[in-house]
Design a protein around this ligand. Structure first.
Ligand code: PEP
Length: 298
């Protein structure tokens, strides 16, 4: 069933304890005033190898969404699942031409925090904004580990993204060693507080967080939904301390780490998982289309 704003209103009106149940359709409730719109994102990383392959993937994905009856993304109805693709820089414009018509957004896998100048190999927020990006990934674990992004420059990138009217998806999560040490919460709390330092409450409306346990990224190991949900709930408590309950309840928190068509429904059944950040499976049009069309299970 598709979710629409009027459907949510009907659901709220007809339910005595409306906030203890999920509304019909894909959206889940945030606070009394807001529902959190599900958001599914595909991070293509450094794939595919050619522009032709990138456009084939984009076209194949859009064609499959058209075939799928329940695809909210095609309706551009407020409240439907939001879909964002993160192609490599050279393909962004053309992929946007293909998917934009289907109501799908594109984003940049990263930006540098300076505006312009002698920074060979880097791209600025204004550049990616000018080719149609609405989102920017900040703090992805591959950037943290392979390209030495630290919390200070991730914070600068988050702020630069917001300054240019785009929305950061801030990726956080513990490594395998940190998981084994039992310090997942401490790591997430530290990353959230450092990476969002100085971000205003108003700007928090445009921030998405992706909880991605590093040990689950690209490994085939999916965090079990209940455990992931507990971390998401914990992240909300951190945000409540930093800001307030409104920010904590309304921010969208994605889960990322080896999400597949087989695991998505269980993850999306959780109260505090508002979407997924998908790497490997987003490189297959059929897999990602199924993930976007997750099924509501109780
Ligand atoms: C990612 O790139 O953020 C990711 C979660 O990758 P994968 O789905 O392949 O684990």
């Amino acid at each position: 069933m598709k979710f629409t704003a009027s459907l949510l209103a009907a659901s709220l009106a007809s339910t005595a304890d409306a906030f203890s149940v999920k509304p019909a359709g894909y959206a889940r409730l945030g606070s009394e005033l807001y529902a959190r719109q599900p958001i599914m994102a595909g991070n293509w990383k450094m794939n595919p190898s050619t522009e032709a392959d990138a456009l084939n993937l984009a076209n194949g994905f859009v064609a499959l969404l058209h075939e799928m009856e329940d695809t909210c993304a095609m309706d551009e109805v407020e409240g439907c699942t939001e879909v964002v693709l993160f192609p490599p820089f050279p393909f962004i414009s053309k992929v946007k031409d293909v998917v934009g018509k289907a109501g799908i957004a594109v984003g940049s896998q990263q930006v540098y925090y300076e505006d312009k100048g002698a920074f060979t190999g880097s791209v600025s927020a204004s550049m990616v904004k000018s080719v149609g990006c609405e989102y920017v990934l900040c703090g992805h674990s591959e950037r943290r580990t392979l390209f030495s992004d630290d919390d200070v420059n991730i914070n600068a990138k988050v702020k630069k993204t917001l300054e240019f009217g785009m929305k950061p998806i801030l990726c956080i999560g513990e490594t395998k060693e940190e998981f084994d040490l039992g310090i997942t919460k401490e790591v997430c709390a530290m990353q959230v507080s450092k990476d969002l330092a100085g971000v205003s409450k108003e700007d928090m409306k445009n921030v998405v967080i992706a909880y991605e346990p590093v040990w689950a990224i690209g490994t085939g190991l999916v965090c079990d939904p209940e455990s992931a949900n507990k971390v998401h709930q914990f992240i909300r408590t951190v945000l409540e301390r930093m800001y307030d309950k409104e920010v904590a309840e309304n921010i969208r928190i994605q889960y990322g780490g080896s999400v597949t068509p087989e695991s998505v429904d269980g993850l999306m059944a959780m109260s505090d998982i508002d979407g997924c950040l998908v790497g490997g499976a987003s490189l297959f049009a059929d897999k990602f289309a199924r993930i976007v069309n997750f099924k509501q299970v109780d």
